[in-house]
Design a protein around this ligand. Structure first.
Ligand SMILES: [Zn+2]
Length: 449
């Protein structure tokens, strides 16, 4: 549509160079911390099924715009690190809001640099020493910070998009008897190793990776013909207590609904893993680990969350608001049921989504739908917004600017009240856990392996 083409030139961001979306650089006790632009990240992941040890060797090529000590994140212990071929210390530091991250203890100048890191990790890994097999998954969460890929491998923050490649080796056996489920392009490179290449538009919250002993899960592979004519490969799988046919039927039904509302599926495939009823789920890009009841919600997130992607914690409310607005039947309301909130105006370093986004955000979307009713409602805006900005990273300001451009309305007062405002008592009352994104214990998450 004409309106969207014009909009793209007005608000487009240069593809994949997202440093302008990073939070401000800051001072730490060891020097100026700078955010950098990851270009590529290559991860050699070795599961030693004989010695029950997991090692990752990473090579990250990044670009710095200014001089300083780059920040990124990785939770597990670092065994060694090199910057441009020279050994370097990696320290744990804090951003001005007190959240933890990693900093290279070495100054870089503007230009391209190479960071090499070796680390081990044990989270969501389970070895069977007798059979020499392993179960491992990179589960993520978004309602607490440091729950993305930094739990396992060195990563940048959500504002950045970069090409990730994983070379996965099962050492200690001549032939790996493993299944691999992923939303990247998978190739077998030897009898015990695989290569996974993820799309370049992915951020740190997009990759899906799960390996299990061969045949441990029940899977169905089929394809779905998109409205744009593509055959989209779909893999659904589950554990012994269920059968993936339910997931197959539901995923086809939801795919039809979402494509009709928002346009063609924007990922190369869909991978959906059924986990225990009542435990909710989590979205990746064209992939999800979820209970059956939350599958539709998580698939919607392949449009909003992992199609159009939030740059930071302050923009994370948008996709939960849209998904919850859909869950509640696309309500239309002349006013939200709360007086005001700061959903989108917390620390600029915030990396996770405010859990009130479901309730308050859905109310705000119902209100926007009311304001846009003469233009086909909010869904009509969202369809165009998705088409124009899929595979890009967006902020609340970007969302507001585009809503205003589409509608001709001035929404400044509404955003300053409901999203960037003060928390009114009624906004504070919303603290109930959302059933689709439940907080799970580490042992619950491990039980999904
Ligand atoms: Zn959600």
């Amino acid at each position: 549509m004409k309106k969207w083409l014009l909009l793209s030139t007005l608000f487009s961001t240069s593809v994949l160079a997202n440093l302008h979306l990073a939070p401000p650089d800051f001072e730490t006790s060891s020097g100026r911390a700078i955010f950098v632009d990851f270009k590529t990240a290559d991860y050699d992941i070795t599961y030693n099924v004989k010695w029950k040890k997991t090692r990752v060797k990473s090579k990250i090529v990044f670009h710095a715009e200014k001089s300083g000590k780059p920040v990124f994140d990785l939770i597990p212990n670092i065994l060694n690190a090199k910057l441009n071929g020279v050994p370097v210390n990696i320290i744990e530091t804090e951003s001005p809001d007190g959240s933890k991250l990693r900093q290279i203890d070495g100054v870089v100048g503007p230009g391209e640099h190479v960071l090499e890191i070796e680390n081990s990790f044990s989270k969501n890994v389970s070895y069977n020493i007798l059979s020499r097999k392993v179960s491992s998954a990179f589960w993520i969460r978004d309602l607490k910070y440091r729950k993305f890929m930094e739990q396992y491998i060195p990563s940048n923050f959500e504002f950045d998009q970069y090409k990730m490649t994983m070379n996965v080796t099962f050492a200690g056996t001549t032939r790996a008897r493993q299944d691999i489920y992923t939303n990247g392009e998978l190739t077998e490179t030897s009898p015990n190793s695989y290569k996974i290449v993820y799309p370049e538009y992915f951020t740190v919250s997009c990759p899906y990776f799960h390996t299990t002993p061969k045949g441990k899960k029940k899977r169905l592979d089929f394809s779905y013909t998109s409205i744009d004519g593509r055959e989209i490969p779909i893999t659904v799988y589950t554990s012994w207590w269920s059968h993936p046919s339910k997931f197959k039927n539901e995923s086809i039904k939801v795919m039809k609904e979402l494509e009709a509302d928002y346009g063609p599926w924007a990922h190369p495939s869909l991978v959906a893993y059924e986990t225990i009823p009542g435990t909710g789920g989590m979205e990746h890009a064209g992939a999800t680990q979820t209970s059956l009841a939350a599958l539709d919600h998580e698939m919607l997130h392949s449009y909003f969350a992992k199609g159009v992607m939030p740059a930071n914690g302050n923009s994370g409310w948008i996709d939960e608001a849209i998904a919850s607005w859909r869950d509640k039947g696309y309500q239309r309301k002349p006013l939200p049921n709360f007086g005001g909130s700061n959903l989108g105006s917390q620390s600029v370093y915030k990396r996770h989504t405010d859990s009130r986004a479901y309730a308050l955000g859905a109310e705000f979307m119902a209100y926007l739908d009311y304001r846009l009713q003469d233009l086909g409602g909010l869904k009509s805006f969202l369809k165009g917004y998705f088409q124009a900005y899929k595979h890009t990273v967006i902020t609340t300001e970007h969302f507001k600017n585009n809503l205003e451009f589409f509608s001709g309305l001035d929404l400044t007062h509404d955003f300053e009240t409901y999203i960037w405002g003060e928390n009114t008592p009624d906004a504070g009352l919303v603290s109930e856990e959302n059933p689709v994104h439940k907080e799970l214990s580490p042992s619950q998450l491990k039980s999904f392996l």
